[in-house]
Structures are given as structure tokens and as C-alpha cells.
Design a protein around this ligand. Structure first.
Ligand code: HEC
Length: 98
């Protein structure tokens, strides 16, 4: 039974990857704010990520997740997200004015 639920959850997360969901994107972005500042407008040493291109950010996040890119924090943080969620959050930041 657990497997069935897991499969359904996977299918759902895949289906919303295609369309941008602003609410979902904003919710997910809250987990980034503690380090990258409100809406990614960092005022600290962490990179300023507001307005970064959606595809650029998505590929960076995937690279962290797959272990192709290693930093101090990011490779740990992104492991808690599905690929679809990383895509949503990338959409969100790409729409913020720099
Ligand atoms: C615990 C602090 C922390 C959190 C939370 C965090 N980041 Fe980061 N992020 C960093 C640091 C520090 C770096 C610089 C690379 C490194 O050392 O890991 C970074 C780097 C990045 C980069 C690469 C920037 C560049 O110019 O190469 C992106 C994109 C990014 N983060 C996006 C996100 C997103 C999206 C989230 C939320 C899902 C997030 N980060 C959450 C600390 C954090």
C-alpha cells in the first residue's frame, strides 16, 4: 500500500513540474530566505539569487543534488526537495526583480 501512495505522490509532483505554481514556489522559497535573504536578495555573504534565470538556477540546484557541484551548505539543503520542487522554486526566484 505504501508503494502505491509513493507512486501517486511521484506522479503528482511530476505533473505540476510543467506549470508554474506561484503559491508553491513562494512556499518553497521560504526555506531559502534564512540564508539568501527575503526573496533571495541576500545582504550577507550568501549569493544574491533574486532574478537568476530559471533554467540557470534549476540546473545549479540539480547539480548540487546530484553531487556534481559541492558547496558548504547547498548540496545538503537541496536533498530535501524533489526535482519538481526545485524547478518551482527556480521559477519563483526568476520572477523576482533583481
Ligand atoms: C543553510 C543556508 C542556505 C540555505 C537554506 C539555502 N542556501 Fe543556497 N547557498 C548557500 C550558500 C552558503 C551558497 C554558496 C555555495 C555553498 O557554499 O554552498 C549557496 C548557493 C546557492 C546558489 C548558487 C549561486 C551561484 O551564483 O552559484 C543557488 C542558485 C542557491 N544557493 C539557491 C538556493 C535555493 C533556491 C534555496 C532554497 C531552496 C537555498 N539556496 C537555500 C546557503 C544556503
Amino acid at each position: 500500500m505504501k508503494k502505491i501512495f509513493a507512486t501517486i505522490a511521484c506522479l503528482c509532483s511530476l505533473s505540476y513540474a510543467v506549470d508554474y505554481n506561484p503559491t508553491e514556489g513562494q512556499m518553497l522559497s521560504l526555506s531559502c530566505a534564512s540564508c539568501h535573504g527575503t526573496d533571495g536578495k541576500s545582504v550577507a555573504v550568501t549569493p544574491y539569487i533574486a532574478g537568476m534565470g530559471k533554467n540557470t538556477m534549476y540546473s545549479i540546484l540539480l547539480a548540487y543534488k546530484n553531487g556534481e557541484k559541492v558547496g558548504t551548505m547547498m548540496q545538503k539543503h537541496v536533498k530535501g526537495f524533489s526535482d519538481a520542487e526545485l524547478e518551482q522554486v527556480s521559477y519563483y526566484f526568476s520572477k523576482i526583480e533583481r
